[in-house]
Design a protein around this ligand. Sequence first.
Ligand code: AMP
Ligand code: MG
Length: 349
Amino acid sequence: MKTKIIKLKEDKLSKEDLEIIDQAFRDGKLVVFPTETVYGLGANGLDPDADKKIFKAKGRPSDNPLILHIAYMSQINELVKEIPDVARELSDNFWPGPLTMIFNKSDLVPDAVTAGLDTVAIRMPSHPVAREILKYTKLPIAAPSANLSGKPSPTTYKRVMEDLDGLVDIIVDGGKPSYGIESTVLDLTSDPAMILRPGGVTKEDLRKIIPNIAIDNTIIDSNDKTVPKSPGQKYKHYAPQADCYTFAGDPFNVVNEINKRIETNKDKKIAVLATDQTVDEYEGAYMVINLGSRENLREIAQNLFEALRSCDDNKVDIIYAEGFELRGLGVGIMNRLLKASAGKVVLGL
Ligand code: AMP
Ligand code: MG
């Protein structure tokens, strides 16, 4: 199919473009739009045939449920069985923003969205373009990340085009998302509430509202072989083609360990994911990608998926990634690195 490209004018969508996008959703079509986490591949969440098209376009396994995106708190009423008090408190504090909450679903939500589960994931994005679209259409929009399954989520228009040009009806070119990793997924149907995927809203943020919050151990411990509670977490997402290893601990020891490995793999094309603090330390590597400053984890998260994709572009054999402390946004970043490394992680250096 021929994909229609919509560009922003002064960072906004025109009234005509909003109308075109709304009509596309009502006609069961697919629209890619920017959010503050990553680009999303959207369809009318109440139209099962449209939702199935999302799985087809992405090559997404059919047992991996979709998140519904809304603009107004009142939209939740018809989508869930009940709204726990804590959900209102969380929405007052973190919506719009990168927090997805899981509720018991109402009968209105199709199985195509929830992959047959009794629960539904809902988020209210804060990106101004996503918000404009969602406010205009007033439909709940099912929207996973706008990448082909198995590739890192797209954080630039260029990567969306690479994956989905010709496979979707409309792509909105909306610049670079400000978080760069996907939303935090919080299950409100378990007691205590449990973080199923770490993201931009951190455990420390959530603890202020839910002091006894739990975290699914499989998301940060790659040796934990129990089945993750979030279906999406069991897939080897975010995986670059190269063999990836992550090293964490004292930055000085991490640099030494990576350099030792570079030395013993001289015949290989090696990329290092480094930081402002260490970028000049890796002389033997084929390429050194600077993710940004360790003092600014938002910057690191923003650049992470693009870095993994550029390793693929350059056909590197091995990626050595520096790790981060497991607090704040560091948990979300490490979760993505652990998945990219498929368990090949050395901690506590
Ligand atoms: P994506 O939109 O591509 O970031 O993927 C959505 C993520 O939310 C996946 O990891 C899903 O497994 C997770 N998710 C969506 N709905 C549910 C649900 N009802 N229960 C648990 N996890 C969910
Ligand atoms: Mg995804």
